[in-house]
Design a protein around this ligand. Structure first.
Ligand SMILES: NC(=O)c1ccc[n+]([C@@H]2O[C@H](COP(=O)([O-])OP(=O)(O)OC[C@H]3O[C@@H](n4cnc5c(N)ncnc54)[C@H](OP(=O)(O)O)[C@@H]3O)[C@@H](O)[C@H]2O)c1
Length: 553
């Protein structure tokens, strides 16, 4: 038992238990060892002193939530305990059963201070089950009551067979498991990005950024400051973006997101040029590697752009009230995959941090957990794409990824899944209700009764590839007010129909039902603040004509 510092372990005694505590050097006594987790030699000494256990109960991830805006060493310490130290423990021992424990990681009662670093422990635990078949694993999230009470809950949880679900959160004496809910189109017709907004995009000169930013720039008249480590001349994607959008819309600053001073300098510089603060951040910087847990380097764990960069961005946004955060994470944070412990743990932590920001701070945060972007960026020439698709991770054409992003960003801040295939064997028939775009929630399960697994099926059907023609040029130069209105109409229809639409499309050819027509009218009125006559929807042949008819003279 890797004993926590909060006193939980003090209430858990069992024969044949060896307790491992953190200290500044290795000591071994009867039933107890102390190690300095940062010293590799101490782990070797631990392996020699302790036979590999049947069960490894890991409580080092049972922690209070560190304030992401507070001292950075608190957050780093928590991340180390939840990720690097756990990896070292799993490189040291090969238990038959691994149980990791957290305190208030999942938002269930709404009163939790979410301990987001523990999401890494949950993801690593799930990965172990994939990499060492035959090992039983479970992550248990406790309510964060007094240690004696949490210890009682833990004992009950260990005995309960809901623990077979891989991850269970206990609140008010009941187990909760993950369940996915379909995303529904919001009624308020909000724009995903502010029109004319200015955004920082970390990693925006990568594969996904290069595919996504032109649409966002065009639709919302947005401009972007891209941050990356490469010199600009080494990035063909950046060259393409500049060629397409012009240097007014695309600025580039060479900086590492892990360097807070460089990041702040890049943003301050762009804000001075734009003469206004940024409206938000899209955090795409990240790296992917495939490596089994046994070969992971725990010391390299902290230097992760996705989580370390995200924390620096949180500090940056603290001083820019109203600015929003959009982070790109991955379904691999939730669908554990052999070789993806580091990537999956980073994605899961980013998702959990977004939940924490929404629950506890004024920074509105979306985390979009993606499937695969077809042949783009980290998924380009991925030899394992077919295996991922077989498991139920969809490979999304860029146009569909862009559509999903726009739909999800119109929804309230939160964590959303984009690209699960409900018809895949691993996922089929296991979910409550369905959607291609899924939102993670937790629901009460029946104690002693197998609770529902976390996967889903799909009301839209498996997506087919959509061939999206290039948008037609605006007949009269820029398009003016009608351009804004046509984009609102496009967004509204795409959200309702789940497919891209073009300004030249005709409403009656899009297969819109009469009920949907009423919905479209109500949403357009809410979004545009205009009365939309019923006749306008019937009489105007194309979306562009409709927009023109609604444009104030
Ligand atoms: N492609 C997919 O199928 C897929 C699927 C799921 C999730 N995602 C997520 O979507 C995001 C974008 O993915 P992508 O496929 O476009 O990846 P990508 O092509 O590798 O682009 C990532 C970009 O991040 C930048 N970057 C990495 N570390 C950085 C650091 N420390 N500081 C500043 N910039 C850094 C890199 O630029 P420099 O080398 O110049 O620094 C690179 O251009 C990632 O977070 C990824 O995890 C992608």
């Amino acid at each position: 038992m890797f004993a926590d510092d909060l006193g939980l372990a003090d209430h858990l005694t069992a024969p044949d238990t060896i307790i491992v505590t953190r200290g500044d050097r290795f000591t071994a006594g009867p039933g107890r060892c102390t190690i300095d987790p940062a010293a590799p030699a101490d782990w070797t000494a631990l392996r020699q002193a302790v036979p590999s256990p049947a069960t490894l109960l890991y409580l080092w991830s049972y922690l209070p939530a560190p304030d992401p805006a507070g001292p950075r060493d608190h957050v780093d310490r928590a991340l180390r305990r939840c990720a690097a130290d756990l990896v070292r423990a799993l490189q040291t021992f090969h238990p038959d059963r691994l149980v990791t424990v957290s305190r208030r990681l999942r938002p269930i009662t709404g009163a939790e201070d979410l301990c987001y670093p523990a999401a890494a422990a949950a993801a690593i635990t799930a990965t172990l089950a994939r990499e060492r078949p035959g090992t039983t694993t479970c992550h248990l999230d406790l309510p964060g009551d007094a240690p004696a009470d949490d210890a009682r809950t833990l004992l009950r949880a260990l005995a309960d067979h809901s623990a077979r679900h891989g991850e269970v959160a206990w609140r008010d004496g009941r187990p909760h498991v993950k369940e996915l809910h379909p995303v529904t189109e919001p009624a308020d017709g909000r724009d995903p990005l502010r029109r004319g907004g200015r955004y920082l995009v970390t990693g925006g000169a990568g594969g996904v950024g290069a595919a996504l930013l032109p649409t966002l720039a065009e639709r919302y008249d947005a401009a972007f400051l891209i941050v990356g480590r490469r010199p600009p001349e080494d990035s063909p994607e950046l060259r393409d973006l500049r060629r397409t959008l012009g240097s007014r819309r695309i600025r580039y600053h060479r900086a590492d997101v892990l360097d807070p001073a460089a990041l702040e300098a890049a943003v301050t510089d762009a804000e001075a040029a734009w003469e206004r603060p940024i409206d938000g951040v899209l955090h795409l910087a990240g790296a992917y590697h495939l490596r089994p847990l046994t070969d992971e380097d725990p010391d390299a764990w902290q230097a992760d752009a996705k989580v370390g960069g995200l924390l620096n961005l949180v500090a940056l946004l603290r001083d820019r009230p109203g600015a929003r955060l959009i982070t790109f994470s991955s379904l691999l944070g939730h669908l554990a995959t052999a070789g993806c412990a580091a990537y999956g743990a980073a994605a899961a932590t980013a998702d959990a941090l977004a939940e924490h920001l929404n629950a506890r701070t004024a920074i509105p945060a979306h985390s979009l957990a993606w499937g695969l972007w077809q042949n783009l960026g980290v998924n380009r020439d991925n030899p394992y794409e077919a295996a991922a698709v077989q498991r139920g991770v969809l490979s999304l054409p860029a146009a569909q990824g862009g559509l999903f992003a726009r739909v999800l960003l119109r929804r309230p801040p939160g964590v959303y899944y984009a690209g699960l295939n409900p018809r895949a064997a691993e996922i089929r028939g296991t979910v409550h209700d369905v959607g291609l775009l899924e939102r993670l929630t937790l629901v009460p399960g029946e104690e002693g009764v197998p609770a529902q697994p976390m996967l889903c099926h799909d009301p839209f059907g498996v997506p087919v590839e959509v061939a999206v023609p290039a948008p037609p040029p605006w007949p009269e130069g820029g398009g003016g007010a009608a351009a804004g209105i046509v984009h609102t109409i496009q967004d509204t229809l795409e959200g309702l129909l789940g497919q891209p639409v073009q300004p030249t499309d005709r409403l009656y050819e899009l297969g819109v039902s009469s009920i949907q027509l009423l919905q479209i009218r109500a949403r357009l009125e809410a979004a545009l603040g205009l009365e939309v006559p019923n006749s306008a929807l019937f009489e105007q042949p194309t979306l562009l004509d409709l927009a023109r008819s609604l444009t104030p003279a």
